[in-house]
Design a protein around this ligand. Structure first.
Ligand code: ATP
Ligand code: MG
Length: 688
């Protein structure tokens, strides 16, 4: 055990050896925060003698959790006790709700819906209510409400503007619908967990006593709700150790609250703060670029990292005419690296926005470079896979109308749109789920005016589901063969133009399922489904390939060779409405600090984007990082505004400026949107 501590520097050691009370480890990228956390966990268990069951270690992605688990287990003495709970916040919520959701009067066979399902549901409701608002906007508003613990009733009461009234109406219906179907969205995993802990002091006490030592990685990305949840979990002991870096807070757009880290010491009495100042990951030039860039931010705690590695290759800039040249040049560089024997796992290409990955994919495929794309179209988002999952969900819970509607005519059963609408309405009027309605329809208890053919098709579907339902109470060993035999989904997809790829995907999924069953013969179908829903986009596994991923997904990871593409004004920093320059810069900092030894920053003269080719300037970040001289001068000036101007806002529409006051580099505008007066910062509106 001495040896694991000896691998640390004095500050890291100090953190590991601090056992009771609140502890904040604050440090820049690559300074060994995660290493300190995993060592601390191993130390608590192996040295201090704390039962693994009394620890809880939380992070943000499954991949990060898996890596931490692996690192921590390596450091621990062999033991017979079960491994410590180390997972994402959401997974913790899921585990908790499995045991306690009944307290809210709900059954624990709930199904988790992902963001895609959520949007589909919102779209249906919006259509029903004849509301024409952007679906992603509604989805993110609902998410915000839940994370602020605002119920539909409260939101409804407080909505003033007409658009927000509409969102409130959708939120109400949405919540009704998911509760009726016993669905749980991602935000619910945290919100309901918090609610239960908040309403049941006894259970709160018991839970807190159970998890006596709590640790959180990437704490800068926690939101208000996660903070409150942690407060409850620590209520009995205050043993909370968090690590984070204010300069790497990149989830502001999703409600992460940087104040959580800035005010940690105020919130938890007697906090010990440990700062780590040595960077073990990157060479001097890389670290220098990162430090120089982030110094342009004003809202920061301020810290500087010193490189342990010292001298190294300078940061390279790669200039190309356009995106296909860019992909080609990077491909050539990668070929050269692979020829030299570099491990492909040590190479990553990062981008700021998803749209930029397409040209890379195309280019790399042409150049014969195998890659894994993380954060693109996810495996589980493919139509054929979603269909299987929907079937499985209906089999697990036939009252899940939402999933049933997805597969009702897949494969084609001759059940047309009009019949489906009739069925939906009839079931709704009869206060029955669709499945239950069809059951009653077949026994003649309720009528439905559809053709005999449709009626038979519906009855057959219910029969298939009922048959498969009986299969899932026991072993799932033969489930896949029975499923395919009955439903013939593969046949259905094989007949399509891209049938080959789709059936390959289906086979992969079936294989994955069989594998899960063989690893855990007691596996329950709903357990499998919930685990799938929680898999984040970091989870694609493919060996021996370079990685293409978004900067968000790369957080916490490190690679010998990193290429960052799209260092251009507009793409990185991403400009436009709602742009938060400091957060963009933090993203730049995260991107640069993923590199251990070699970093290449790429930019082009023009890009094809949203249907047209556009000339673009190189990113101001190149100048701010001290890599070129002139880029920082090209900052577009914000427009000036005066009383009487017409402006457009994404949500409120067109309005007229009534007063304009300079506020820093911007204007604070009082705008009249058809009678609704709002005070808005000028960067959120455009002149018309
Ligand atoms: P990030 O902010 O990007 O999440 P981090 O602070 O969590 O970074 P780690 O990933 O824990 O940093 O560590 C970065 C690298 O430095 C790892 O390869 C780790 O093994 C190495 N490292 C950390 N501390 C030490 C140390 N004391 N001696 C040698 N290497 C170390
Ligand atoms: Mg880390």
């Amino acid at each position: 055990m001495e040896t694991i501590i000896n691998q640390l520097n004095p500050s890291q050691r100090e953190a590991v050896e601090h056992i009771d009370g609140a502890l904040l480890i604050l440090a820049g990228a690559g300074s060994g925060k995660t290493k300190t956390l995993t060592t601390r966990l191993a130390y608590l268990i192996g040295e201090v003698g704390i039962d693994p069951a009394n620890t809880l270690t939380l992070t943000f992605t499954n991949k990060a959790a898996a890596e931490m688990r692996e690192r921590a287990l390596k450091l621990m003495p062999r033991q017979s006790t079960y491994p410590p709970l180390l997972c994402t916040f959401h997974k913790f919520g899921l585990l908790f709700l499995k045991f306690h959701i009944e307290k809210l009067g709900r059954n624990n066979n709930f199904v988790i819906i992902d963001s895609d399902d959520k949007k589909r549901l919102i779209r249906t409701i919006a259509k029903e209510l004849k509301i024409d608002l952007n679906i992603s906007f509604i989805a993110s508003e609902i998410s915000k409400y839940k994370n602020s613990l605002l119920s539909p009733e409260v939101v409804k009461e407080n909505a003033e503007l007409s658009d927000y009234k509409k969102v409130a109406a959708i939120y109400e219906k949405y919540q009704e619908n998911i509760e009726e179907n016993n669905l749980v969205d991602f935000d619910d995993l945290l919100m309901l967990t918090y609610k239960i802990l908040d309403e049941y002091p006894e259970l709160r006490k018991e839970t807190s006593e159970r998890y006596r030592y709590i640790m959180v990685d990437e704490y800068q990305d926690t939101n208000e709700l996660q903070f409150k949840l942690l407060e409850h979990l620590c209520s009995e002991h205050g043993n909370l150790c968090v690590v984070g870096d204010d300069d790497q807070s990149i989830y502001g757009w999703r409600g992460a609250n940087i104040r959580n880290i800035l005010e940690f010491s105020d919130n938890f009495e007697g906090t010990k703060v440990v700062k780590l100042e040595t960077n073990y990951r990157s060479t001097d030039p890389i670290l220098e670029a990162a430090n120089t860039l982030i110094e342009h931010n004003s809202r920061r705690l301020g810290k500087k990292l010193v490189s342990h590695k010292g001298k190294g290759e300078s940061v390279k800039l790669l200039h190309s005419l356009d995106e296909s040249m860019e992909a080609k040049s990077i491909a050539h560089e990668i070929h050269a690296l692979l020829d030299k024997g570099v491990d492909p796992e040590e190479i990553a290409v990062l981008y700021r926005i998803n749209a930029l990955s397409r040209s890379l994919e195309e280019g790399f495929t042409k150049e014969g470079i195998s890659f894994k794309l993380i954060g693109g179209m996810r495996f589980y988002e493919r139509a054929e896979i979603k269909d299987i999952i929907s079937y499985f969900r209906v089999i697990s819970n036939p009252y899940d109308d939402f999933s049933l509607l997805r597969i009702i005519n897949k494969p084609k059963r001759g059940i047309g749109k009009a019949s489906i609408e009739k069925l939906q309405k009839a079931a709704y009027d009869a206060h029955l789920s669709i499945f239950a309605f069809i059951q009653k329809m077949s026994t003649g208890e309720v009528p439905l005016t559809v053709s005999k053919k449709v009626e038979t098709a519906l009855e057959n579907l219910v029969e298939d589901i009922t048959f498969l339902r009986e299969e899932i109470s026991g072993s799932l060993e033969n489930f896949i063969s029975l499923f395919e035999e009955r439903i013939k989904l593969k046949e259905h997809y094989a007949a399509m133009v891209d049938g080959f790829e789709r059936t390959m995907n289906i086979d992969e999924f079936y294989g994955y399922f069989r594998d899960a069953v063989s690893k855990n013969p007691d596996l329950h179908l709903d357990e499998f489904l919930n685990d799938i829903s929680l898999q984040s986009d970091q989870d694609q596994i493919e060996e021996n390939a370079i990685t293409i991923m978004s900067i968000h997904a790369a957080k916490g990871l490190e690679f010998e060779h990193v290429f960052v593409i799209g260092l251009e004004e507009e793409f990185f920093p991403l400009l436009g409405e709602g742009c938060n320059m400091e957060e963009e810069r933090r993203l730049g900092y995260v991107a640069i600090t993923r590199a251990k030894s070699y970093l290449t920053l790429c930019y082009v003269d023009s890009r094809f984007y949203k249907g047209r080719r556009k000339m673009i300037d190189k990113s101001r970040f190149l100048g701010e990082a001290g890599l070129i001289q002139d880029a920082s001068l090209k900052i577009t000036k914000s427009s000036t505004f005066k009383k009487g101007d017409l402006v457009k806002h994404k949500i409120f529409g067109i309005g007229r400026v009534q007063a304009a006051n300079k506020s820093g580099k911007e204007y604070k505008l009082l705008i009249n949107f058809g009678g609704n007066k709002k005070e808005i910062l000028s960067s959120f509106v455009q002149p018309v």
